[in-house]
Design a protein around this ligand. Structure first.
Ligand code: ADP
Length: 423
């Protein structure tokens, strides 16, 4: 596997060079900083004491070793004939004699015009560096250059991914905070409104009663949007606690769908519910399942101006299936791949109301995943849509610690008030 950061790439390279201390007593790799003001030693074949070779060269005209500047100017390898005269004390490697000569070899990165750094190589006191050996060292420094290039690309990609996920976390935290902040004043608006609406007919003028009703209806609407945002940010932050228990899916789903009957029929549509008993219970988190069903049915209602909404459950052998079918506006094929993305809304969709956030289906998608299931959609513009969810029977696909074997008393059919949802 390639090195994941530039320093690691350099360490690995000197690790290879260190295997030949007889021919190459010392190798140190220097990299330039982004402004090309310094060259810093990032890896060396052996431990160095402070005064042996500089940890860093300052790259100005007074550079302590003039060969460094020559290398930067010419981008060609440079020989330091007398290391002592250049103020260097290069470790001797395997031999008792001191190192007298050294070479500087440029390190270039792919796609970059100027050198990225250089290698400082001590020449063995018992072996003259011939051309063949120098060519070999050139080859090595080229390879170091490519390893550094790869490592830098990897580092850049990782930094980008980290920045993106940080942005994502910040966004989730922001949504979570604002939805919390919105809830308190909203409650404080809604309770006096509700009290005023409960007032006796003679205590309040009729026109005011109508206006209170409008204000109350819109507060409810705002409350639904805020709770959708809160649910979603909780989900994104991984703060949803699941609690799976064996449930009669047909009964629960039939009852949930039934809560829409009045609204649907009042709008002149037909609601068909087909929920025959399934061969086995399904492990569900009832509160999350409720959100799934309510979101799908309320979407069907929102995007269907005439015709029928059908909610059905069936068994396909290993899976329990829920289908919500409508004869509504349908979804254009180019929108389908984006449908479960957060905040995605089909442009110019024909709907009963413009209200919406593009959160509902993204939330449903995540909730279905939590149940170990999958969701599919088939849709034809002008004809209608079918959303199908499949959940495996049994509990082996769920994390054991969140599975309860028997339902909590009265829980399998207990339903929260669906008016608090997005309908
Ligand atoms: P929204 O808050 O906009 O309803 P959703 O995430 O629930 O957000 O849905 C995303 C988009 O998918 C909607 O804006 C709508 O265009 C489309 N959509 C969802 N359900 C249906 C449906 N049953 N029929 C037609 N279009 C739908």
């Amino acid at each position: 596997m390639g090195a994941q950061c530039v320093e690691e790439a350099c360490q690995r390279a000197v690790g290879v060079l260190a295997q030949n201390p007889l021919d190459l007593p010392f190798a140190g790799l220097y990299l330039l900083d982004a402004q090309r003001l310094t060259a810093r030693l990032v890896a060396a074949t052996r431990e160095l004491s402070a005064d042996q070779v500089p940890r860093q060269f300052l790259l100005n005209d007074d550079v302590s070793v003039p060969a460094v500047m020559r290398l930067l100017r010419t981008e060609q390898r440079q020989c330091i004939d007398d290391v002592a005269a250049a103020g260097l004390s290069i470790p001797a490697g395997a031999w008792p004699e001191p190192v007298r000569q050294a070479w500087l070899l440029p390190i270039k990165m792919a796609g970059q015009e100027t050198v990225a750094g250089f290698a400082l190589l001590g020449v063995s006191p018992r072996r003259q560096l011939d051309d063949a050996y120098l060519d070999f060292l050139d080859l090595i420094t080229n390879q170091i250059g490519s390893a550094i290039t790869d490592a830098q690309a990897y580092e850049a990609e990782r930094t980008r991914a980290e920045a993106l996920s940080q942005l994502d976390r910040a966004k989730t935290a922001f949504f979570s905070n604002i939805s919390h902040e919105f809830r308190t004043p909203l409650t404080l608006i809604m309770s006096p409104l509700e009290q005023a609406m409960r007032a006796q007919a003679n205590e309040i003028v009729p026109r005011l009663r109508d206006e209170l009703a409008i204000a109350h209806r819109n507060s409810l609407r705002l409350q639904r949007l805020v709770s959708a945002l809160l649910d979603f940010s909780r989900m994104e932050a991984g703060r949803i606690r699941t609690n799976f228990e064996p449930v009669d899916l047909a009964v629960v789903t039939g009852q949930l769908a039934g809560t829409f009957r009045t609204a649907i029929e009042r709008a002149g549509l037909v609601l068909e519910i087909s929920c025959p008993t399934l061969p086995a219970p399904v492990y569900l988190d009832c509160e999350l399942w409720e959100q799934i069903v309510l979101n799908l049915v309320s979407n069907a209602f929102k995007y269907t101006l005439s015709g029928t909404i059908r909610v059905s459950v069936q068994s396909t052998g290993a899976h329990a299936q829920l289908s919500v079918t409508d004869t509504g506006s349908g979804i254009p094929p180019e929108a389908l791949p984006h449908l479960f993305e957060r905040f995605y809304r089909v442009p110019n969709a024909q709907a009963r109301t413009f209200e919406g956030t593009g959160i509902g289906l993204a939330l449903v998608y995540e909730l279905v995943q939590l149940h170990g299931g999958k969701i599919e959609v088939h849709s034809e513009p002008g004809v209608g849509s079918t959303f199908t969810i499949s959940i495996p029977f049994g509990s082996s696909h769920l994390p054991m610690e969140f599975v309860r074997s028997a339902p909590v008393e009265g829980r399998s059919v207990a339903l929260a008030d669906s008016s608090s949802k997005k309908r």
